[in-house]
Design a protein around this ligand. Structure first.
Ligand code: HPA
Length: 272
């Protein structure tokens, strides 16, 4: 069995358990990063802690609730993963992509991922919400997909979904520029020299997540879009030291705009 098959096998009991629990059929999944569950003000239709899902790990980072919810967002029923697993927490790629594999086992074909990121150039400022047009995987880890390494069943970002979203955001007058994301391993923030390196290789924002989830979505044939909330100027672009508290505070402030963008994305799913 190849690696992807092993992952599907591993999360099958979790998927079966969830299928029996969930009150509605699912259209999409949303995997939210640091503090971004603040974008929801209303109650979900259904919720459960990750720890209730058989075998599922629990996030350890502040701002990652570890709660799974079912929500109506835009026109879609969406399974919301309130928190992700990071390599810097000591998890392996297998756990990092667990929500994506689980979503795929539940029949989900559309995924939105959000993260918090630092601005590497002076173009984007804290509080901005960006659609990722591309990503640089600088984590030096990849999906261990021996034998399947050249197979990708989708492009990232999904072309038709991206186009529909662009049109909808224009109608709504919501500003959401596109940017290239660089994923570092962490857990430390970058040095100013690393940030100058990132500027030169074409990154516009930097974080410590997302790329493996997107790789996995593409491999599983799930259409994906990803958004960064810019939470700070990257190291060297601001004089005070970075902190996770600052990141969380800025995500909270940007939450209403993030919600508008995410809702727009789920209102224009290509097959709804
Ligand atoms: N660097 C890496 N990860 C981050 C940052 C940053 O500046 N901000 C939020 N997550």
């Amino acid at each position: 069995m190849n690696w992807l098959g092993q992952q599907r096998h591993r999360w099958k009991p979790a998927a079966e358990w969830l299928r029996a629990e969930l009150p509605e059929p699912l259209d999409g999944a949303l995997l939210v990063g640091s503090g971004a569950t603040a974008m929801f003000s209303d109650a979900p239709l259904w919720r459960c802690p990750y720890t209730a899902v058989p075998g599922f790990p629990a996030p350890t980072v502040a701002g990652h609730s570890g709660i799974l919810e079912l929500r109506r967002i835009g026109r879609a029923w969406v399974l919301v993963f309130g928190g992700r697993f990071h390599l810097y927490e000591g998890y392996q790629v297998d756990e990092v992509v667990a929500p994506v594999v689980l979503a795929s086992l539940l029949g989900i074909r559309w995924l939105v991922v959000t993260n918090a990121a630092g601005s590497v150039t002076h173009t984007y400022a804290p509080g901005d919400v960006l659609l990722l047009r591309d990503a640089l995987n600088l984590s030096f880890r990849s999906l261990p997909m021996a034998g399947r390494c050249h197979i990708s069943r989708h492009l990232f970002p999904h072309p038709e979904w991206r186009l529909r979203l662009r049109q909808r955001l224009e109608q709504l007058g919501v500003c959401c520029p596109e940017a290239t994301y660089a994923a570092m391993l962490g857990p430390t923030y970058e040095t100013p020299a690393e940030v100058r390196f990132l500027q030169r290789v074409g990154a516009e924002v930097v974080g410590m997540s997302t790329v493996h989830e997107l790789q996995c979505a593409v491999a599983l044939g799930i259409g994906a879009l990803a958004f960064s909330v810019v939470t700070n100027w990257a190291a060297g672009l601001q004089s005070r030291p970075l902190s996770h508290a600052e990141v969380m505070e800025t995500v909270g402030r940007a939450a209403p705009r993030l919600y508008r963008v995410v809702k727009a994305a789920f209102s224009v799913l290509p097959d709804l």
